[in-house]
Design a protein around this ligand. Structure first.
Ligand SMILES: [Fe+2]
Ligand SMILES: [Fe+2]
Length: 219
């Protein structure tokens, strides 16, 4: 009986130690990536101008929505900036390879989860749950549609585009056909937002970086 108690105590102690180590391990990862960290990481794995511009557009829109939802703007921007981290080098492992890359650089788990959830139903089964994740999911493809719609305007600018003309392009499935309208619709419903409102806010989010993302046009 005494032996039993002794062993049981050891077992409890072991369980406790493992738990404490896990907590310690978790507590030790206090790294909070800044925008500079995000930009450096993005440029380490991405060189293509189009992908960098897309990352900057998504960053800007995420920052805009963080403001609308009164959330942590820097965190939202950082995640927007790196959301396609693995796409250029590992397109066949999109939203999967990035997990290793982020872990290598000690990025926090909630940032990694947010990034991979934008591939929900396409390349991951991680469903967007938080406001941040739902927003990223909803606006990623839409920034592409808004950019394509701006580029066919006489001004080639995002500065004078209206939500109404983007909505027209949304309905025209032969226009920018690769952009998945269902993801955008699903994203709007996750956010409980009308499509027109979502488009309006995405345009507003992209405008301040029009020049950086090549959409200032002649204006
Ligand atoms: Fe992606
Ligand atoms: Fe993307």
């Amino acid at each position: 009986m005494l032996t039993y108690i002794y062993l049981k105590d050891i077992e409890d102690f072991t369980i406790l130690t493992v738990k404490c180590n896990k907590i310690k391990g978790f507590a030790m990862n206090t790294f909070v990536p800044t925008r500079d960290d995000a930009l450096n990481l993005l440029k380490k794995y991405n060189q293509k101008k189009g992908l960098i511009r897309h990352a900057l557009a998504v960053e800007a829109v995420m920052g805009h929505f963080a403001g609308l939802f009164n959330e942590d703007e820097e965190k939202w921007r950082v995640i927007g900036l790196v959301h396609d981290l693995d796409y250029e080098m590992f397109p066949g492992e999109h939203c999967q390879k990035c997990v290793d890359l982020f872990k290598e650089h000690n990025w926090p788990g909630d940032y990694i989860r947010a990034v991979i959830s934008h591939g929900f139903g396409i390349c991951t089964d991680v469903k967007p749950e938080t406001n941040l994740e739902k927003t990223l999911y909803a606006i990623d493809e839409l920034t592409g549609l808004v950019a394509s719609a701006a580029l066919v305007r006489p001004s080639k600018s995002i500065l004078d585009i209206k939500a109404k003309s983007v909505k027209k392009k949304f309905k025209d499935k032969s226009f920018a056909a690769k952009i998945d309208r269902n993801v955008i619709k699903e994203g709007a419903s996750l956010l409980d937002m009308e499509l027109s409102e979502l488009i309006t806010q995405v345009i507003s989010g992209m405008r301040p970086v029009a020049e950086k993302i090549g959409l200032k046009g002649s204006l």
